[in-house]
Design a protein around this ligand. Structure first.
Ligand SMILES: NC(=O)c1ccc[n+]([C@@H]2O[C@H](COP(=O)([O-])OP(=O)(O)OC[C@H]3O[C@@H](n4cnc5c(N)ncnc54)[C@H](OP(=O)(O)O)[C@@H]3O)[C@@H](O)[C@H]2O)c1
Length: 294
């Protein structure tokens, strides 16, 4: 385990699921962790839980609603300390076609991809000279096509495909950020948690309670999938390991990338394309009204 004493990591969506486990694991390694959460109450529950499991955890809550660009700008303005790493974890899944952010953007694209784009642009001035950004992608990015010209257009097809598009967009923007940061000590990379579910996750008071019967019935699936604590591992690895570098994509190394120890995995050519990434960057600036000069 790398000691992270002296490093500050901002984790978005740190009050639940994989984000919570990233925060707990980072705190256990000595990092100062900023919990980026939209609910003060859920953030307080998560912080208390981390403190129960990690003595002397160094934590702070950063109010963050990625589905509201004015709120994201306020958050960026409020973060005044140096940030060494950002884990762009918060995400919405299975939203309907009608679901919108406060700014009228498609909820999944607006939150998962554009909200993080605006956040990173806003906090760029406080990022350390060697800062690392890790975007949480998904296996689902491989089943989606991204057209930067229509990224916020009304969509057809399944909600899962649109979710995959939002994850592909976040990954494409992250690889583009890494290209724009070349020649500096900053880096951006992606990681995914595989297939991570609550019933296989260790219990934490106040977080995602799962009935004992559901835990028992789900236990045999552990051969294929994993808990959210396991899902956090490739993401924390990408954010902290000297072995991980800009432009990497990490995920679980087991069967179908559903579970297993962190390994380098393959990202779709489309999300690695500089042409797509460059066009998507311009679209993200237009849709958010936020200029991200690198
Ligand atoms: N679980 C998997 O198998 C899997 C697979 C591939 C990728 N992923 C990705 O991994 C990430 C975490 O997934 P999970 O399974 O841990 O999900 P989860 O348990 O539903 O947690 C999602 C987190 O995102 C936060 N969030 C949602 N909308 C937000 C907003 N507008 N502003 C700020 N925070 C917001 C949630 O906060 P609230 O509590 O306030 O809603 C929550 O903390 C997501 O990006 C997901 O796409 C998960």
């Amino acid at each position: 385990m790398t000691s992270l004493t002296g490093r500050t990591v901002l984790v978005t969506g740190a009050n639940a699921g994989i984000g919570y486990w990233c925060a707990e694991q980072l705190a256990a390694q000595g990092a100062r962790v900023l919990l980026g959460c939209r609910s003060p109450e859920r953030a307080a529950v998560a912080a208390s839980s981390i403190r129960r499991h990690v003595r002397d955890a160094d934590l702070d809550v950063v109010p963050l609603d990625l589905g509201d660009l004015a709120a994201v700008a306020r958050t960026a303005n409020d973060v005044r300390e140096r940030v060494d790493a950002v884990i762009c974890n918060a995400g919405v899944k299975a939203a309907s076609r009608e679901a919108r952010t406060a700014d009228g953007l498609d909820l999944m694209i607006g939150t998962n991809a554009l909200g993080h784009f605006a956040l990173l642009a806003g906090i760029a001035p406080v990022l350390a000279d060697d800062a690392r950004v890790v975007a949480v992608g998904s296996i689902a990015h491989r089943f989606a096509r991204i057209d930067p010209g229509t990224i916020d257009a009304p969509w057809t097809g399944s909600s899962l495909r649109q979710y995959g598009r939002s994850k592909a967009a976040l990954m494409s923007l992250t690889f583009e950020l890494d290209r724009r940061w070349r020649g500096t000590a900053r880096s951006a990379l992606c990681a995914h948690p595989g297939y991570a579910v609550d019933p296989l996750t260790p219990e934490r008071d106040g977080l995602a309670p799962v009935a004992r019967i559901a835990r028992t019935l789900t236990a045999p699936t552990r051969v294929l999938v994993q808990g959210k604590d396991g899902g956090a591992l490739p993401i924390v690895h990408a954010a902290t390991s000297p072995d991980a570098t800009g432009g990497d994509y990490w995920g679980p190394g087991g069967l179908l990338e559903f579970r297993g120890a962190p390994a380098r995995v393959r990202a779709a050519d489309e999300v690695r394309s500089p042409t797509v990434g460059g066009a998507l960057w311009s679209a993200a600036e237009r849709l958010t009204g936020v200029r991200f000069d690198v």
